[in-house]
Design a protein. Structure first.
Length: 625
């Protein structure tokens, strides 16, 4: 039968507009900085949410800058920063940062480090969340007695012969904050996993040794000096060493990798878990500190999503719909078919009474039209397969007036498949006059589109949709809801009534109604409070039934990280491909924008799919069988 797309609500852009709207090495133990030089600083990772949309859309999504400096040229090299940076980058990729492709930047000299931070600052503009990860030497320096010490991140080519040269040879933490926290409109998270000792302090003080005798390094940033919306976490307390660990990763980096993807925990809670793990791993020697000036909760992995419940069609609606199809029949077989389907149904007693009053039917000739033992269309029996087209004869026999309304509806459906719309209209009209709800919905479609010799008449389509909807027919409810939503067919535009009708049909497990209702929740229309989580739930139900509009829209929610979903490029691409295979234009455009291969649409079916008894068509005249 027919299925119809809703009119698209607009082009893709920021703010989550809908895609469309449907109408129907090994490491030695010791200090983090190595055995002699005790000063690596593992700066921060800033999680920045970045989703670049075409046009004027603002940046949204998650971005990350990950740096690991180990191969220092003028000071002892470090063991683990490269492995730590790769581990953190891998976890951030799994969380959807940078579209699932976070590439760690290793062994950056000063020019490379400054360039990376500057470019990241540009990406941070307008972001919701930003993260930087730096692993390498770090130190603090007081330029003069009485002045506040400054924390620095050291590039691989840093020279530390004279403290006065340090500002020109390293990246100050305040400069990093200026490039990220002061330019981002969202949250910024910075984590520093480093030795808090100046590896050149002893030398600059004229001493001949380094390490533990050196003056303590990094000093925590005061909360009052942090821009609002910023969090800085240090791998250890002031004056202590950040352990390099006995394994592949430092205790702090290993704890980060374990906990970054913890759902239902904001970043402060996640970092408290990291602190507990580090304390345990180092027997209390290393105690991470957190300076939190965030404005609200910030989730790295997002709240956990419960599995979407399976669609639960209303059995009473199917009972009533089938009874409406056979109640006016004068054939015993029709009522026997009802009782086989619903032996304890609402109308079982009435069906038995009608059977008792009807004489047994004469034997059927081989050329006769199949009776209602043939499975009904999905609109009548949602959990039964639709009758295959080959089960129906090419021409009616006997006369249509002697058949039950349900049989005429089935034959009308077949005539549409054969391209004989005029005969389909005649059969639908005979069944609709007897109160068959499916026929009423089908005939309404013919009037709405002006097919089968009928003039285009949206008012008559509305009348028929209303009759079908009044009997609980999901197709009638959906198409009537469309008319109300768009203010057509003589109806005043009423999105509340449209939402009510979509809800009724969605309750019967109808994928198109679930998609349309989800769209209204996503946009906060029809008197509904905006609720992207509910929209995601409904899109999942419909996408699970193969609805390509729902698949494309759910892909967009995954790509943007909305509706409680963790941003996932991989899942978005998977859903876009499913929709694109069905010819969905919006999904194909998103795949192209992401640089992904666009699949060819699947060839049309030669046999009707299982739900072809659920026809929906409307203003654009785009119908699928």
């Amino acid at each position: 039968m027919f299925r119809e797309f809703f009119i698209p609500v607009g082009p893709l852009g920021g703010g989550g507009k809908a895609l469309g709207h449907r109408q129907a090495g090994s490491a030695q133990s010791g200090a983090r900085c190595g055995r002699k030089v005790i000063a690596p600083l593992l700066l921060a990772f800033t999680i920045l949410l970045l989703a670049c949309w075409s046009g004027s859309a603002s940046a949204q999504g998650r971005v990350a800058l990950v740096v690991g400096n180990a191969a220092y040229r003028l000071m002892p090299a470090l063991d683990n920063p490269g492995a730590d940076a790769r581990a953190v980058a891998a976890e951030l990729s799994r969380l959807g940062f940078e579209g699932g492709r976070v590439e760690p930047l290793l062994d950056l000299d000063l020019a490379g480090l400054l360039r990376a931070v500057r470019e990241f600052g540009e990406r941070a503009r307008g972001a919701e969340l930003a993260v930087v990860y730096f692993s390498g030497h770090g130190l603090q320096l007081a330029p003069a007695p009485g002045e506040v010490p400054e924390s620095y991140l050291l590039p691989t080519d840093a020279r530390l012969d004279d403290a006065r040269d340090l500002p020109r040879q390293a990246l100050a933490l305040r400069e990093l904050l200026a490039e990220t926290a002061q330019r981002s409109r969202g949250a910024v998270v910075i984590l520093l996993d480093a030795c808090r000792d100046n590896p050149a302090a002893a030398r600059m003080a004229g001493q001949g040794t380094r390490g533990a005798q050196a003056r303590s390094g990094l000093i925590p940033v005061a909360q009052a000096s942090l821009p609002l919306g910023t969090l800085v976490s240090y791998a250890t307390s002031a004056g202590a060493l950040a352990d390099d660990g006995t394994g592949r990763n430092s205790p702090y980096a290993a704890a980060l990798a374990r906990h970054l993807r913890t759902p239902e925990r904001d970043v402060a809670q996640v970092l408290r878990r990291v602190r507990a793990d580090v304390l345990q791993a180092t027997a209390g020697r290393q105690r991470p500190e957190i300076v939190d000036n965030l404005n609200g909760d910030v989730f790295l992995a997002g709240p956990a999503q419960p599995p979407a419940p399976a669609p639960q069609p209303d059995p009473l609606a199917a009972d009533t719909a089938l009874w409406a199809a056979v109640r006016d029949s004068n054939r015993r077989e029709d009522f026997e078919a009802y009782l086989r389907r619903f032996p304890q149904g609402l109308y079982a007693d009435l069906a038995r009474n009608r059977l008792a009053a009807l004489a047994p039917s004469a034997p059927q000739q081989p050329a006769a039209v199949p009776l209602l033992t043939t499975p009904l269309p999905a609109a009548l029996a949602p959990d039964q397969p639709a009758a295959p087209a080959a089960a129906l004869p090419p021409t009616p026999s006997p006369d249509a007036t002697s058949r039950s309304p349900a049989e005429n509806t089935l034959l009308g459906w077949q005539r549409v498949r054969e391209g004989n719309d005029i005969e389909a209209v005649r059969l639908y009209r005979l069944a609709a006059e007897k109160g068959d709800a499916v026929a009423q919905a089908h005939l309404g479609i013919m009037h709405e589109q002006g097919r089968g010799g009928l003039p285009k008449d949206e008012r008559e389509a509305v009348r028929l949709y209303r009759l079908a909807a009044g009997q609980g027919n999901a197709v009638g409810q959906i198409n009537l809801g469309i008319m109300y939503e768009q203010g057509r067919g003589g109806l005043r535009k009423d999105e509340r009534e449209a939402a009510r009708l979509y809800r009724l049909a969605a309750g019967q497990g109808h994928a198109i109604a679930q998609t349309n209702l989800g769209n209204m929740y996503e946009q906060g229309r029809g008197g509904l409070r905006k609720d992207e989580r509910e929209a995601v739930r409904l899109y999942r139900l419909a996408a699970g039934q193969g609805d390509e509009i729902a698949q494309a829209q759910l892909g967009l929610m995954h790509e943007q990280g909305r509706g409680g979903l963790v941003r996932s490029r991989a899942e978005a691409v998977r859903l876009y491909r499913l929709a694109a295979e069905q010819g969905n234009a919006d999904a194909r455009q998103r795949l192209q924008a992401l640089g992904e291969q666009v699949p060819q649409p699947m060839p049309p079916l030669t046999e009707p799919p299982a739900d072809t008894g659920t026809p929906i068509c409307g203003p654009r005249g785009e119908c699928r069988g």
